[in-house]
Design a protein around this ligand. Sequence first.
Ligand code: SAH
Length: 347
Amino acid sequence: MTLQTIKQPSTDEVLLGKSLEELTAWVQKQGQPAYRGKQLYQWLYQQGARSLSDISVFPKKWREEMADYPVGRSTIHYCSVAPDATRKYLLRLADGLIIEAVGIPTAKRLTVCVSSQVGCPMDCDFCATGKGGFTRNLKAHEIVDQVLTVQEDFGQRVSNVVFMGMGEPMANLEEVVAAVKSLNRDVGIGARSLTVSTVGIPGKIQQLAQHRLQIVLAVSLHASNQALREQLIPSAKKYTLDNLLNECRDYVQVTGRRVTFEYVLLAGVNDLPENARELVRCLKGFQTHVNLIPYNPISEVDYQRPNKNRIEKFTNILEEAKIAVSVRYSRGLEADAACGQLRASKA
Ligand code: SAH
C-alpha cells in the first residue's frame, strides 16, 4: 500500500464502525496476524484509541508506519456546560465540518444526543438546525464517534443514545442503521436504549422496519391535523399525516415495537384543548407514548412556549384518553443544547 492510499482511504476503510470480523480481515490484509483484529477492536471501542500509534500492544514499526491511518475520530472543537451539567460539544470532522453532540447526565444514566447529518434539509419552521441549511450526510463512524467522544469526556459509560441532534435520520437511513448496529454490537448499548427520531420521509419507516431492530422509533408529529402540520413542516405537503400514521401502523406490525410520538408545544398554535382532542383521535388504535416538548426558543421565529396550565391541560386530555404521556422538560437550554436549538455555533 502506498503512502498516498494510507493517508486518503475511502470512508469505507475508516476503522471505526467496523465489526470484530471486519477488523480482523483488515489487519490480515495489512499482513498482520488475525489476533491483532481483536486487539484493534478493543482499543478502538474500549480504550478510545485515536490513532494506530496509540495501540501499545502493536509492534512498534507497524504502529509508526500506520500512525496516520484514519481511525475515524473527530476532535472536540468546543464544549459548553449548562448549569444542569448537560454538555454541548462542537466536534470537528475529518473534512473540517462541525457537528453537534450533547451529553445529558442523570443520576443513573448518561444519554447522548447524536447528529445524523451536517445541517438538515427538512426546514421545520421552529427548528434552528434547518435554518442553517443542509451540508451532507454523516457516515456511520461519524455517528459512533460522537458517542465515544461523550463517553470519554464524561468518563462514564453511555447508557442511551437518541438520534435527536442535527439532521433527519431517515434521510440518511443506511448510515444510521449501520451506526445503530455498531453502537449495539461494538459499543455495547442495548438496542432498546437507542432511539431514532424522524419527522417522516415517505417509505423510509417501512424500510427501517425491514431491519427489524429492537430500537425505539420516535415520530415527530407536532400537529393534530394535516393543515397545521403543513404549516409547521414543509415536507408534510408531500407526505400526509394519514400516510405517515399508516406507515407507523405497519412498522408496529412488522417489528412488534411501539412507536413514540413527539409533539412540540407552540403556544396558541398547536397547544389548544381541541388540538389535544384531535390528537387523541389521530392516535386511536395505537398503543403509544406521547412525548410533549414545550418549545425551546430560537432567534429566527417568534413562537412562544406555552405556560404550565396549558401544558397540564393538554397532558390531562391525553391521559384521560389512556394515552401515556410525558413532558420533556428541556435539558441544556442555557448552553443552547436543547431540542431544536442545535446549530454549529458557539452562541
Ligand atoms: N429530524 C428528527 C430529529 C430532530 S430533533 C425529527 O424531526 O424527529 C428532535 C426533536 O426536537 C424533534 O421532535 C424536533 O421536531 C424537536 N424540535 C425541533 N425544534 C425544536 C424547538 N425549537 N423546541 C422544541 N423541540 C424542537
